[in-house]
Ligand binder design. Structure first.
Ligand code: FES
Length: 126
């Protein structure tokens, strides 16, 4: 289950010279992630919260727009009303892992990023 100790991945830019800002970047190995928990990754100076749930990887900004701190990777993941979600560790708002939309207030959302898993490597489209 959820651990309070924080796992961090410090990533060097992978490969040379990204030109397209919205391209997939190889972030880590699947084995670097923690099942049903979050890991924070620093990808080109952007803090991303990665969640490995139900054999899928979800990537959200690590920034909690309500608590105004980079904490989302510490949030507990679970299922609410049939949706996979992460609860902010600060004020406990629930955010849909697929869409980033706050389940209490749809006007608030956290940016999400597309992910893919290839040969046990995790890729995020930034
Ligand atoms: S606090 Fe319950 S749905 Fe967000």
């Amino acid at each position: 289950m959820h651990k309070n100790s924080q796992a961090w991945l410090f990533l060097k830019p992978y490969g040379e010279g990204y030109k397209d800002m919205s391209e997939f970047k190889k972030v880590c190995q699947l084995s670097d992630l923690i099942n049903n928990s979050g890991v924070a990754a620093l990808i080109e100076n952007q803090q991303i919260a990665l969640f490995y749930v139900e054999n899928k990887v979800f990537a959200l900004s690590n920034y909690d727009p309500i608590g105004q701190a980079n904490v989302m990777s510490r949030g507990m993941v679970g299922d609410l009303k049939g949706e996979l979600m992460v609860a902010s560790p600060l004020q406990k708002q629930h955010y849909n892992l697929n869409t980033g939309v706050c389940m209490d207030d749809e006007a608030i959302s956290i940016p999400t990023f597309e992910t893919k898993i290839e040969n046990q490597s995790v890729w995020v489209k930034l």
